[in-house]
Write a protein that binds this ligand. Structure first.
Ligand SMILES: [Zn+2]
Length: 181
């Protein structure tokens, strides 16, 4: 079932979500609804708090199929990357922020079995964004990426895709990714 996505006016987005202790039909239904809702809104990730459920659960699909995480923990992060992000719960905001370039995440699946994911690039950024949602952290809480050497990036922020096309190459911006979740 496609659920309503909460936006920043809803306090639930700011709550620390609860650890899942029961792996039952209700959890399965929540994960199914999250996936359906994420795809309906063309997102690449969606956390339970975004549909008003205070559980440490999210789904994502960065182009390699649907994945689910229950009680995710960021075990390690290294390096840094520019990440251009949007959030379905913060309509209209596009923010370039700093993320770990590589992460290792531990979580459980819907049956309570453990899984470890090592990620870089777009997936690493997506996982960090979703794990933020577990603790009520939103995109605007991150400092925007601004350094004297990033004038070109500021242009990109100002003019969006036009500037991006103008420069033409992702590598001009360095290692970065773009996500909406
Ligand atoms: Zn989000």
């Amino acid at each position: 079932m496609v659920r309503t996505i909460m936006t920043t006016t809803r306090a639930v987005l700011r709550h620390k979500a609860h650890v899942v202790t029961t792996f039952d039909q209700q959890l399965a239904k929540l994960l199914d609804d999250l996936a359906e809702t994420m795809y309906a809104h063309c997102g690449i990730g969606l956390a339970a708090t975004q549909i008003g459920i205070k559980r440490r659960v999210f789904v994502y699909d960065v182009g390699h199929g649907l994945c689910e995480m229950v009680n995710p923990i960021l075990l390690a992060g290294e390096g840094q990357m520019k990440s251009v992000e949007r959030c379905l719960s913060v309509p209209g905001l596009k923010r370039t922020i700093r993320r770990y370039a590589r992460v290792r995440v531990y979580a459980l699946n819907r049956f309570g079995a453990p899984l470890w994911v090592e990620a870089k690039g777009n997936l690493a950024c997506c996982l960090q964004h979703e794990i933020d949602h577990m603790d009520g952290i939103l995109l605007m809480d991150h400092e925007a990426w601004r350094t004297p050497h990033d004038t070109h990036l500021n242009w990109g922020d100002l003019f969006g895709r036009t500037a991006h096309c103008l420069y033409g190459h992702d590598e001009f911006f360095g290692h970065h990714s773009s996500c909406s979740d």
